[in-house]
Design a protein around this ligand. Structure first.
Ligand SMILES: [Cu+2]
Length: 158
């Protein structure tokens, strides 16, 4: 085993920031009543690169604060908790969907209506900033969202 160890260590140089990026796919923000102090956003965060990427911060010019949340069952009760620093290895992704992980957007500066767009920036630990625009819609746009197929075709819940 010792003979194998050395070549392995040599094959792991300090990884440069090259290829450090995240993509946000099929993202959308759920419409909310004008009085809502918080709205939720969904989509899929993908690491298309060749290095591990760490999401350090989220922000939006039209919200006071943005967090990434996960749903956890604690003592039989569903609770949401902040994912402080999401890490995705090369090729990994995380799904944000109703009933599960989500963006939590606090304190909108103006009411959101369907058809609006929300700017979101993701700051990575490698000092890269990724900007995305999320449509305000009742479901992911560009997916197979049929108007007659009910409100939410994406039911991942058992
Ligand atoms: Cu939340």
């Amino acid at each position: 085993m010792r003979r194998l160890l050395l070549p392995l260590l040599l094959a792991l140089p300090a990884l440069p920031a090259f290829g450090c990026e995240l993509e946000l796919e099929n993202a959308w923000v759920r419409p909310a009543p004008p009085t809502a102090k918080v709205v939720a956003g969904f989509g899929r965060i993908v690491n298309p690169g060749t290095v591990e990427v760490e999401l350090a911060a989220l922000a939006s010019p039209t919200f006071g604060r943005v967090e990434l949340h996960e749903m956890k069952t604690v003592d039989g009760v569903m609770q949401m908790r902040q994912i402080e620093r999401l890490k995705l290895g090369p090729g990994e992704s995380i799904e944000l969907a109703p009933g599960g992980n989500h963006f939590m957007l606090y304190d909108p500066v103006a009411p959101l209506a369907e058809g609006d767009a929300v700017e979101l920036s993701m700051t990575l630990a490698c000092d890269t900033e990724i900007k995305a625009v999320l449509p305000v819609a009742k479901g992911p746009i560009g997916g197979s969202t049929g108007k007659h197929g009910g409100d939410d075709p994406h039911r991942h819940q058992p």
